[in-house]
Write a protein of this length. Structure first.
Length: 229
């Protein structure tokens, strides 16, 4: 089995999701007494968001690339990110990486294309919703993607940065997300992509007006395949 390296801390809650999902996935493949070799390089989500807010994508790529190099130095054979927003510079990271990287956006896009949905709502950080690194591949595959309006984008970014990244889950915030999804359903969306890895803390099929597509288990399956093939 190959050793996996993960860039964690972007944010901490989703890093825990990934850690458990990879372990569970490996044990389903290799048996309950098997644990993967895994190293986590924990960075700061707030530094990632700061780079994005200043559109300092060179600085963001350097910050993440240095961490990937450290993972390779720790013996990782394959690496990945435990967040979607940093995928804004994924192509740069892949080009510079000394080891293969597994993209959450590519894994999720493939799953969506195979799901049969034709019009999807996308929630995430401001940068995931307004840049094209996530929506671009979906639209290129012939899918329609709708995102919230500018007011809702600002509201969502604030709730992610000031609540969910700290593991804070509030009922009134959940109600706000539900109202936004309801508006996107009115625009014809058939599913909602939880395009920030902290959103599953507050949204699931039980509360959402639309079925939720969570990239974390999809990406985790791709990571397990990468280290067990």
């Amino acid at each position: 089995m190959k050793k996996l390296g993960l860039i964690g801390g972007t944010g901490p809650e989703s890093t825990v999701f990934y850690y458990k999902a990879v372990i569970d996935g490996v044990q389903r493949v290799a048996g309950p007494h098997t644990l993967p070799e895994l190293t986590i390089e924990s960075l700061s989500v707030f530094r990632v968001l700061d780079h994005c807010s200043r559109r300092d994508f060179d600085g963001l790529a350097a910050y993440l690339s240095d961490a990937i190099t450290r993972l390779a130095g720790a013996g990782a054979d394959v690496a990945s990110l435990t967040a979607l927003t940093p995928h804004i510079v994924f192509d740069r990271l892949r080009d510079a990486s000394p080891i293969p990287l597994v993209s959450a956006v590519e894994a999720t896009s493939d799953a969506i294309v195979n799901s049969g949905a034709t019009r999807l709502a996308l929630l995430g950080t401001e940068y995931t919703m307004t840049e094209d690194f996530f929506t671009g591949p979906l639209r290129a595959a012939g899918l329609d993607v709708v995102v919230p309006d500018a007011h809702d984008v600002t509201w969502i970014q604030d709730k992610i940065a000031t609540e969910l990244e700290y593991g804070v889950v509030r009922d009134d915030t959940r109600d706000g997300f539900v109202a936004i999804i309801e508006r996107l359903r009115g625009e014809g969306a058939q599913q909602v992509i939880l395009g920030c890895t902290e959103l599953p803390l507050i949204l699931d099929d039980d509360v959402s007006p639309l079925p939720c597509l969570d990239p974390v288990p999809i990406h985790a399956r791709a990571l397990v395949a990468a280290i067990t093939d």
